[in-house]
Design a binder for this molecule. Sequence first.
Ligand SMILES: [Fe+2]
Ligand SMILES: [Fe+2]
Length: 175
Amino acid sequence: MGKQARKIVGVDVKKLINDLNKAYCDEWLAFYSYRFMGQVVSGAGYEDMAEFLNKTADIELEHSRELADRIVELGGTPVAQFGMIEKNANVAYPVPPDKTDDYNAIVSTVLAAEAAAIDVYQAIANETFGKDHVTHNVVMHILSEEIQHEEMFENLGLVKQEVEPVKKEAVTARY
Ligand SMILES: [Fe+2]
Ligand SMILES: [Fe+2]
């Protein structure tokens, strides 16, 4: 990033790069989980569910690219080691359910990941509002798509119970 561009960023750039990098890791975890579930899903209507999951996975991968672009622009480097992705993420890996035809469990997994993503982007949007318009725009674009994802999966009407955002501590217990 050029001198002037760096000067106009009204936030702690190091912290911002770190926050974006954590979100970048979240995106890879969501991408992998959704893609995996899209590949193995079975049962009646599996083709529709597979398409749904794979399309959403593609968008999560796009988010990781958009975040990487902004991290590089800010003078940072996206996480290079794959083993660091899970360690550095805000949230734990959205663990796919064992039963590949359990749509309720699949959708709950997606909804918990999306709720966590919404919290993460809301926080970065607040942090950058009025201070770093470029990052703010990137984050608002991603946030709006996470909101769409939550709505799309909620509208399937498969999950009746409250779904909590996926948290690191909560998921460690599942291993
Ligand atoms: Fe995403
Ligand atoms: Fe999403």
